[in-house]
Design a protein. Structure first.
Length: 378
């Protein structure tokens, strides 16, 4: 583990390591097959307060730095990326509120998470993925309320969340400047979760549609002001992207660990294949990619801790770490040979899990747009 972390985080990391080795890794392999959401694993993680790591100390969080938290999330991702994504996405649900909400809203969402609940951020729609401004969900002012209608899709924790931060157009004529964000509790009449995705990877995470049919919320559920929604969403994604870099790095680390262990056991031409320089160079390339990913993640997270803008750095961290996770997982399958292609061995799952990190929280093509926009002087 190359993150420089506090003594407090080191102790917690040991506990997380043991929990992941004994109660997550092999168990999630089975849940990956069934596609069932592993409630008992999340119950234990909640008992250990792992889902509230990012909650600020004043609202009941542990007060760790984000680099400390990264070491813990990466360890969880090493065991199962879907599990780490769910844990991290609860933090994602609180971000729009922590960025733009009032004191009461912040206390509310943090309390829900600390007490074992889940949150979700609902931005994407069937016709609005890379281009969130093309969304058609609306929020119409009606007296002291807003009435929301629309459908969100691919929402992490969409079917299990206790609260949702939902983007909606309050003024269709203004494009991105007409977008706003609302905090809506699960159970609000008209809000329901719809179709659940049967995914290729990260199958231990819940991904579902969120349907809004005449959902009436008090006007005070608006985060910030009308028209602030796009900027709040982009700031939320800036933070989320760095975390997805961290989860990707966990997948890479696991792929390298599995490859080393296998190559030490596998004998061909009379010696373990790890003795061949071809294999050693593959491992060296993996190590270069993993350590570089980790340092970029830490840089983006440090900027976040300092309250500095980190759009470019988070986009680089997410883009680089997820591209490398895909390369490393694919190389691990290659190093396992025919066994790598078998579901009996662990690496095909890593390849399936890694793919989504190049797609969600903004595809890696979108990350390159963000990086270019923040690099080329206008
Ligand atoms: N932080 C703060 N403000 C931001 C911002 C950020 N990270 N990004 C953009 N803004 C602001 C800009 O400063 C601009 O404000 P002004 O008009 O006041 O100057 C405004 O938002 C519009 O910015 P811009 O013109 O750059 O927006 P674009 O429509 O060109 O955005 C991209 C383009 C592609 C970057 C954006 O649509 C995007 O990130 N898309 C991907 C969405 C995504 O990740 N979806 C998956 C979600 S999974 S939860």
């Amino acid at each position: 583990m190359a993150y420089l972390i506090s003594d407090e985080a080191k102790d917690l990391l040991q506990d997380v390591h043991e929990f992941c080795e004994n109660e997550v890794k092999e168990q999630c392999k089975e849940y990956d097959k069934s596609g069932e959401w592993p409630k008992e694993i999340y119950d234990k993680a909640i008992e250990m307060q792992l889902h509230s790591l990012e909650i600020p100390e004043e609202y009941g969080g542990p007060g760790l730095s984000r680099v400390d938290i990264a070491a813990l999330i990466e360890e969880m991702a090493r065991a199962d990326a879907g599990f780490a994504t769910t844990i991290s996405a609860s933090g994602l649900g609180t971000k729009p509120v922590l960025i733009a909400g009032n004191e009461e809203q912040k206390k509310h969402v943090c309390e829900v998470i600390v007490n074992g609940g889940f949150g979700a951020f609902a931005l994407t729609e069937p016709g609005a993925g890379s281009d969130p401004a093309a969304g058609t969900t609306t929020a119409k002012k009606d007296g002291d309320s807003y009435v929301l209608n629309g459908r969100k899709c691919f929402i992490t924790n969409g079917g299990i969340a206790d609260f949702y931060c939902v983007t909606a157009l309050t003024d269709k004529s203004k494009g991105v400047k007409g977008m706003s964000i609302f905090l809506i509790d699960a159970g609000t009449p008209g809000l329901s979760s719809g179709h659940e995705e049967d995914k290729m990877g990260i199958r231990t995470s819940n991904t579902a549609d969120v349907v809004l049919e005449d959902v009436r919320v008090p006007a005070e559920n608006l985060l910030g002001n009308e028209g602030d929604g796009f900027k709040i969403a982009m700031q939320t994604l800036d933070q989320a992207r760095a975390w997805m870099g961290v989860v990707s790095t966990g997948i890479s680390q696991r792929a390298m660990d599995e490859s080393i262990a296998y190559c030490k056991e596998r004998v061909q031409f009379g010696k373990p294949v790890i003795k061949f320089q071809a294999m050693q160079f593959k491992i060296a390339d993996m190590a270069i990619k993993i350590e570089t990913s980790r340092q970029m993640n830490a840089y983006a997270l440090n900027l976040m801790d300092m309250g500095k803008r980190h759009s470019k750095e988070a986009a680089i961290a997410k883009c680089y770490a997820s591209d490398k996770a895909m390369e490393i997982a694919t190389e691990a399958v290659q190093m396992f040979g025919g066994y790598g292609y078998s579901r009996e061995y662990p690496v095909e799952k890593l390849m399936r899990d890694a793919k989504i990190f190049q797609i969600f929280e903004g595809s890696n093509e979108i990350q390159r747009i963000v990086i270019a926009n923040n690099t080329i002087p206008r």
